[in-house]
Design a protein around this ligand. Structure first.
Ligand code: NAP
Length: 450
C-alpha cells in the first residue's frame, strides 16, 4: 500500500507506473457487521451510538468485474446515509446486500457478513476491468454514488429510473470509507484539480443530490429570480442548494439553527436568513397535532425577507417536522421538492393548501450521471465550492458519524483514507488561489494566537 501512496503523492507517476504497481491482498475498511444488526434494539434513534457499530477491519480486495474500476481512496466523507446504515435504520443494509447478491454470480461478491460503507471518494484509479475505455490507471477521480444495471428499458431516459438503481456504499458493498473501493466506471468523474483530496472527496453525493433536486428539470427546475426556501441551508445538501440558488440567479431564503450557521449563509452570499432556533418555530403542538399559526408566522417572516413575496420552491428534507409548514408557505403554483425525511417519513400537511393553490410535491433522489457530472463540472470550474468543515482519520469515522448524527457539524466532514495528511493533491494552484476564501468558508475558525 505504501508504494501506491508514494506514487500518488509524487504527482508524477505515469499510467504505466500505476498499472505496474502490485495490488495488496487486503485493505483497511470501515465496516458494519451482520452479526451486530440487533445491537440497538429497543433504543430510541437519538440514543443509538454509531461509534459502537462501526469497525475498522482488514478485508480482502474484491475481484474486479467488467465495467468496474478499483480506486485507491485518498479521502472520503460522511453522508447521512452512512449515519442511517450505522444505526441499522430504517433497515439494516445487509438486506440490500443479500437481495443484490441474489441477482447474479458477479453481484454475489457484495453479499458478505460485513459491509464496507461510504458513498464518496476522491482518489486514483489502480485497475480497470474489461470493457472500460474512458478511464485508465493513474487517473485522478471522484466517484458519484449511482450504481445501475440498465438492462431494462425503464432506466434509459433517466438512469435514476432503472429498476436496479442502487446507492453505492449503502445498497452495495466496497464503499468509499476505506483504502480501496470498487466502483463502476460510469460513476467516475475527473477530480477538480484545484482541490485537495479531502475537499474533493466531500461534495459528490450532496452536490449531485442538490443539483437534481433544485436545478434539474427532473427536480424543481429552478429559474432566475425564484425565491427558494432552503431548510438546513448550511448542512450537507442545503449548503449546495444555497450555492446553486445564488449561482443560478435565485434568491435563497436560508433556514438554519444558530448564528454561526446564519453567518456562513451570509458569507456564501445569501441575504435572507432565518435562525429557526432564535425565532423559536414549533410547528407541532404535540406528537399528533400541528400548529397552523406557526406556519403563518413562518410565512409572514419569509414575506418580510423577500419584500412581500412567497417562495416558488421549498427545498425539503427534514420531513415530518417541517413538511406541513413547507406546503403552506409555498406560493400558488409553486413546488415543494423533497429528497428525505430526517425527522420522520410519515408526513402530514393540509391538502387544501396544495390543491386549491395548485402546488406540486416532487420527489427527488440522488442524481443521474449527467446531473452528477454537471454538479462536479461547476465545482471543477470554481463556480461552486466544497463545504468541508473538518477532517477525521479513518479510525475516527465512528466519531465523525456521531457528530453528524448529533447535528454538531457544519457543511460536510471529510475522512482521510490513504492521504497521509490534509492539503495534498492540488494540481491547479492558480485556480485555487482565486477561490481560497470560498473553499475555506466552512472550516472551523482557527483560535486566535496568543
Ligand atoms: P445534514 O448535514 O445533517 O444537514 C441537514 C440539516 O437539516 C441539519 O444540519 C439541520 O440544520 C436541518 N434539520 C435537521 N433536522 C431538522 C428539523 N427537524 N427541522 C428543521 N431543520 C432540520 O444532512 P444532509 O447531508 O444535508 O442530509 C439531510 C437529509 O437528506 C438526510 O436525511 C439524508 O439522508 C438525506 N439525503 C437524501 C439524499 C437522496 O438522494 N435522497 C441525498 C443526500 C441526503 P439546522 O440545524 O441548521 O437547521
Amino acid at each position: 500500500m505504501q508504494d501506491i501512496v508514494s506514487a500518488i503523492v509524487s504527482g508524477n507517476a505515469t499510467p504505466e507506473d500505476f498499472a505496474a504497481l502490485a495490488l495488496p491482498g487486503s485493505y483497511r475498511a470501515v465496516t458494519l457487521h451482520k452479526s451486530e444488526t440487533g445491537m440497538f434494539t429497543g433504543l430510541a434513534g437519538r440514543d443509538k451510538d454509531p461509534r459502537k457499530s462501526v469497525h475498522l477491519d482488514e478485508v480482502p480486495v474484491p475481484e474486479l468485474g467488467p465495467g468496474e474500476a478499483l480506486v485507491a481512496v485518498m479521502a472520503s466523507s460522511v453522508n447521512y446515509n452512512t449515519v442511517w446504515s450505522s444505526l441499522f435504520e430504517p433497515l439494516p443494509t445487509f438486506d440490500f446486500l443479500s437481495r443484490y447478491g441474489a441477482r447474479s454470480p458477479l453481484a454475489r461478491r457484495h453479499d458478505l457478513p460485513y459491509h464496507v460503507i461510504g458513498s464518496d471518494l476522491a482518489g486514483v484509479i489502480l485497475r480497470t476491468g474489461p470493457g472500460v475505455n474512458a478511464w485508465k490507471p493513474g487517473d485522478e477521480v471522484v466517484a458519484h454514488c449511482l450504481s445501475v444495471e440498465l438492462e431494462s428499458p425503464d432506466g434509459h431516459a433517466d438512469t435514476m429510473l432503472d429498476p436496479e438503481q442502487r446507492i453505492w456504499g449503502y445498497e452495495t458493498n466496497f464503499g468509499g470509507l476505506a483504502e480501496l473501493a470498487l466502483v463502476r466506471a460510469n460513476q467516475l468523474m475527473p477530480k477538480p484539480a484545484h482541490l485537495t483530496w479531502e475537499e474533493a472527496g466531500t461534495p459528490g453525493l450532496v452536490a449531485s443530490t442538490a443539483y437534481r433536486q433544485l436545478v434539474s428539470r427532473n427536480g424543481a427546475g429552478m429559474k432566475q429570480g425564484d425565491n427558494v426556501l432552503i431548510w438546513g441551508a448550511s448542512g450537507g445538501v442545503g449548503a449546495f442548494a444555497t450555492q446553486f440558488a445564488l449561482a443560478g440567479g435565485a434568491n435563497p431564503v436560508c433556514v438554519v439553527s444558530s448564528e454561526q450557521k446564519a453567518e456562513i449563509c451570509r458569507a456564501m452570499g445569501a441575504e435572507a436568513v432565518i435562525d429557526r432556533s432564535a425565532e423559536g418555530y414549533k410547528f407541532w403542538k404535540d406528537e399528533h397535532e400541528q400548529d397552523p399559526r406557526e406556519w403563518k408566522r413562518l410565512g409572514k417572516r419569509i414575506r418580510e425577507l423577500t419584500g412581500g413575496e412567497d417562495v416558488d420552491i421549498v427545498f425539503e428534507h427534514p420531513g415530518r417536522e417541517t413538511f406541513g409548514a413547507s406546503v403552506y408557505v409555498t406560493r400558488k403554483g409553486g413546488t415543494i421538492v423533497t429528497c428525505a425525511s430526517t425527522s420522520g417519513y410519515k408526513h402530514e400537511y393540509d391538502n387544501r393548501y396544495l390543491w386549491m393553490s395548485l402546488k406540486r410535491i416532487v420527489g427527488s433522489h440522488f442524481a443521474n450521471y449527467r446531473e452528477a457530472w454537471e454538479a462536479n463540472r461547476l465545482i471543477a470550474k470554481g463556480k461552486i465550492h466544497p463545504t468541508l468543515s473538518r477532517t477525521y482519520a479513518l479510525e475516527e469515522t465512528g466519531q465523525a458519524l456521531y457528530d453528524v448524527h448529533r447535528n454538531l457539524h457544519l457543511g460536510k466532514v471529510g475522512v482521510l483514507a490513504l492521504a497521509p495528511q490534509e492539503g495534498l493533491g492540488v494540481r491547479d494552484g492558480e485556480l485555487r488561489e482565486k477561490h481560497l476564501t470560498a473553499i475555506n468558508r466552512f472550516r472551523a475558525p482557527v483560535p486566535a494566537a496568543g
